[in-house]
Ligand binder design. Structure first.
Ligand code: NAG
Length: 175
């Protein structure tokens, strides 16, 4: 009996600790497609359509490594600014960054990634180009967190919304 409940508690803890979720926040009224690419051999994560000014949660398999980009509805599907993630990596932590390496000209898609519960560390910026992203192959820009939920901002935060976003820390609004 005791063993069973201990096992149950451990299972509950484990599933909590492996939620691996990204909450996507579309900051403007443009509908966007989010395209996921898994590292070779890892499970496919289905692409999503993120309607304007909406949010969506995407859950990733344990130990998933890969990236995503966003392209606007009606635009050509080309890779853009990348959100990169490695879940349950070294020491069990989750690793992430925003990378401009593939397409530094994308100023419409992925903007920032940060842990949902601590808001830091923070990768990316509201306005590119910026130094707070992975810009060169030798940049040491990958950040880590023990938080199992990340937030990814996409699209353009309007000037009026910047002013009214009182709940957001200053660096999100001004970066
Ligand atoms: C995403 O998950 C958070 C909890 O982490 C929840 O508050 C929010 O409503 C969810 N968003 C959607 C679109 O389901």
């Amino acid at each position: 009996m005791q063993f069973t409940s201990a096992l149950f508690a451990a299972t509950a803890l484990f599933s909590l600790a492996s939620a691996n979720t990204v909450e996507f926040i579309n900051q403007d009224s443009t509908t966007r497609n989010i395209v996921f690419t898994a590292q070779e051999g890892l499970p496919v994560v289905e692409n999503i359509v993120l309607t304007g000014l909406s949010t969506a949660n995407v859950t990733f398999p344990d130990s998933w490594i890969g990236n995503w980009y966003s392209y606007n509805d009606g635009a050509v599907n080309v890779p853009g600014m990348l959100g990169e993630v490695r879940w349950n990596g070294f020491a069990g932590a989750n690793y992430f960054d925003v990378s401009a390496i593939v397409n530094p000209t994308d100023v419409e898609g992925v903007k920032m990634i940060f842990p949902k519960n601590s808001n830091e560390p923070l990768s990316g910026c509201q306005t590119f180009p910026c130094s707070n992203a992975y810009n060169q192959p030798n940049d040491i820009a990958t950040l880590s967190t023990t938080d199992d939920t990340l937030v990814c901002l996409v699209g353009t935060l309007s000037t009026s919304r910047r002013r009214s976003l009182a709940r957001m820390p200053r660096e999100f609004i001004e970066a």
